[in-house]
Ligand binder design. Structure first.
Ligand SMILES: O=C(O)c1ccccc1N[C@@H]1O[C@H](COP(=O)(O)O)[C@@H](O)[C@H]1O
Length: 213
């Protein structure tokens, strides 16, 4: 299976072009003002115009107000929402749009229980527990998770070209998501690192396919 790739936290045209060129399936825009990668809805709209068909824009929110969510949806009507804060299941469902829900994985985390709470999420995104909710470039302890889940999981948290194959072999995620691991500075992506990350994912897909055939 082809593991989907999301590159998150883009703020520049050149980075969107690099991600598309490298084969990313989704591009994340951070609508969280406290993030160093934050973009306004107006800016995201400009950047999203560079996306070809079948590359999904994802809007990342942290405890957003209804007005903030609406502004994001007005700018990017076809975006997938990523809830990455303390949103309750009812907060996510109330928006009435497809969404993925982030979970901070630490000792005692129960993936199946979390999934039950967010049963309408298209996927559960797994991240490390970090200050500022996410984008910390920190890897969590993958052994805290079951070897595979019966629903789509997005693996994130400190991924890079160097470790993504290990994470894929361990978790068998539907998709992988990276921000810090393809940056030269916060919010500034590096085209070479994006290329290397996407290549590492494709190589890992091929290796996993060989293993199971
Ligand atoms: O990128 C941010 O600044 C951010 C802020 C608040 C919540 C989530 C954020 N980013 C997401 O965090 C994960 C892991 O990122 P990293 O690769 O470890 O840097 C990823 O999903 C980002 O989209």
């Amino acid at each position: 299976m082809k593991t989907r790739i999301k590159i998150c936290g883009l703020t520049r045209e050149v980075d969107v072009e690099a991600a598309v060129e490298a084969g990313a399936d989704a591009i994340g825009f951070v609508f969280y003002a406290k993030s160093p990668r934050a973009v306004t809805p107006e800016r995201a709209k400009v950047l999203a115009r560079l996306l070809p068909p079948f590359v999904t824009p994802v809007g990342l929110f942290v405890n957003a107000t209804d007005a903030e969510l609406q502004a994001g949806l007005d700018a990017l009507p076809n975006m997938l929402i990523q809830f990455h804060g303390d949103e309750a299941p009812a907060d996510c469902d109330r928006v009435g749009r497809p969404f993925i829900r982030a979970a901070g994985v630490g000792p005692g985390f129960d993936l199946l229980n979390f999934r039950q709470s967010f049963s309408s999420a298209q996927a559960i995104l797994l991240d490390a527990v970090v200050e500022g909710y996410g984008g910390g470039g920190k890897v969590f302890d993958w052994s805290l998770l079951p070897p595979s889940a019966p629903f789509p999981v997005v693996l994130s948290g400190g991924l890079s070209a160097a470790n993504v194959a290990d994470g894929m072999a361990r978790i068998r995620p539907w998709a992988v998501d990276v921000s810090s691991g393809v940056e030269s500075a916060k919010g500034i992506k590096d085209a070479g690192l994006i290329q290397a990350f996407c290549r590492a994912v494709r190589d890992a897909d091929a290796a996993l396919a060989r293993e199971t055939s």
